[in-house]
Ligand binder design. Structure first.
Ligand code: FES
Length: 173
């Protein structure tokens, strides 16, 4: 697996460097070996109580940007009124949110085109023509449900696995 291969590379490098290098070998491995596996399984808890309707926050989940947005009533009605036939990657807002929390949209902050971080989560950033997120790299526009509406991105912003652990806290991952 990945960890073993890395260890082997380290050992090989130290071997080539000579005996003097061996002193640093153990601490190096103990720092490196667990990191990737632990990260892959880690989850992130977020308090979402301070997010006002119409606002979003940026967080980090597994080293990638994560957006949490609280939709206004108006945005919810607008997104629910969009015909699925108009969508490149047809999904309803209900399919992208959780029951009892239809106003909370949790997505990765990673454009599905080539992986740039879209704008629109922070105060004052442009949200694009559909009022959600805008990727400045090649001009992808996402709506308030994080669905791709215009530009080169092939699919909606990814909704990661998450759960509400209370009315104000979500656990992602
Ligand atoms: Fe976002 Fe190309 S990476 S539009």
């Amino acid at each position: 697996d990945g960890v073993r291969r890395r260890d082997f590379i380290n050992i090989a490098a130290v071997g080539a460097a000579g005996v003097g290098g061996a002193v640093t070998l153990l601490p190096l491995i103990s720092q490196m070996a667990p990191s990737k596996d632990v990260l892959a399984e880690s989850s992130t808890e977020l308090d979402i109580s301070a997010i006002e309707p119409g606002q979003a926050i940026k967080a980090i989940f597994r080293k990638q940007p994560l957006f949490v947005k609280r939709l206004t009533e108006e945005e919810i009605s607008e997104e629910n009124a969009v015909p699925l036939g108009d969508l490149r990657d047809p999904q309803t807002l209900d399919e992208r949110t959780q029951e009892g929390h239809r106003d909370i949209l949790v997505t990765m902050g990673v454009c599905t085109h080539l992986g740039c971080v879209p704008l629109g989560a922070a105060e004052g950033e442009v949200k694009g023509e559909y009022g959600g997120y805008f990727c400045p790299c090649h001009g992808s526009h996402y709506d308030s449900a994080g669905r791709i509406r215009k530009g080169p991105a092939p699919t909606n912003l990814e909704v990661p696995e998450y759960a509400f652990t209370s009315d104000t806290v979500i656990q992602v991952g």
